[in-house]
Design a binder for this molecule. Structure first.
Ligand SMILES: [Fe+2]
Length: 267
């Protein structure tokens, strides 16, 4: 099956044009998609029309799925592998996770095995707002001043869920990608509680310096969603954030389905 790979920015990201992922991919096509994902870190499959089961089947080509430990029934009825990310309300109740990803993070970093990646499929979009920012943490690591690399060195950090603090794990501040061998910055402002073995003020000031570095525009691509976009990020070396500045506006409707692919223990 032929398709085009078009880079989206200097930081990361490529759109995949002309590939229908609702149907099984032959092995050669899958290998090319997999290579593109490792090269570009974020892939945007344009113009998809996916049932929940097709979304799940395509996601599973990359590995077993990991049900998100979401509280309060944010999963799609009948599809525990699909997390609903939505600003919609029905009968006064949120239909999914309403304010998903309000600050920079990687998914499930508080688990022993954080996600390999997530696939987010846009079903309904607002006329403005709701963009997703993606930041290349391998590029950010390469450009990190030596002083900060040495200060964090081989240290580990504690990651904790903001919704359920009983979910936590220790992972390296800088992790190595299990497939490419590239190092990247893994700590993030939403889920990192502190650096192991450092006093709280020293940990906070070091993390603040690392985060200020990571937020520089040359590492970031802002995705403006189109209906039918299926976006797949490499959660091992990418941070992401959603722009929900219009969250309280009733006209702001953003409705998506997400699958999460299980990952490895970071090293
Ligand atoms: Fe997320």
């Amino acid at each position: 099956m032929s398709f085009e790979i078009r880079p989206l920015s200097d930081a990361l990201g490529a759109e995949i044009v002309g590939l229908d992922v609702s149907r099984p991919l032959d092995d050669a096509t899958f290998a090319r998609v997999h290579r593109a994902h490792l090269d570009h870190l974020v892939l945007v499959f344009r113009g998809q029309r996916l049932t929940p089961q097709q979304h799940i089947d395509f996601s599973k080509r990359f590995g077993p799925l990991d049900a998100h430990p979401s509280q309060g029934g944010a999963h799609l009825a009948g599809f525990p592998d699909i997390l609903v990310v939505s600003t919609k309300r029905e009968n006064g109740k949120d239909v999914g996770v309403r304010n998903a990803g309000p600050t920079w993070h990687s998914d499930l970093a508080y688990r022993d095995r954080p996600a390999l990646g997530s696939m987010l499929y846009a079903l309904e979009l607002p006329d403005s707002g709701g963009d997703t920012g993606f930041a290349n943490m391998a590029m950010a690591y390469d450009a990190l001043p030596r002083r900060l690399k040495d200060a964090a060195g081989e240290k580990r950090a504690l990651f904790s869920s903001t919704r359920n603090t009983s979910l936590h794990a220790l992972h390296p501040v800088f992790r190595t990608h299990p497939e490419t061998g590239r190092k990247s910055i893994f700590v993030n402002p939403q889920l990192t509680a502190g650096i192991d073995g450092m006093d709280a003020p020293s940990s906070s000031s070091l993390l603040a310096e690392i985060y200020a570095h990571c937020r520089q525009p040359e590492f970031v691509y802002w995705h403006k969603w189109r209906p039918g976009d299926l976006t797949f990020w490499d959660n091992r070396c990418v941070l992401h954030i959603a722009d929900h500045t219009r969250l309280d506006d009733p006209a702001y409707i953003r409705h998506m389905h997400r699958t999460t692919i299980a990952g490895d223990v970071p090293f």
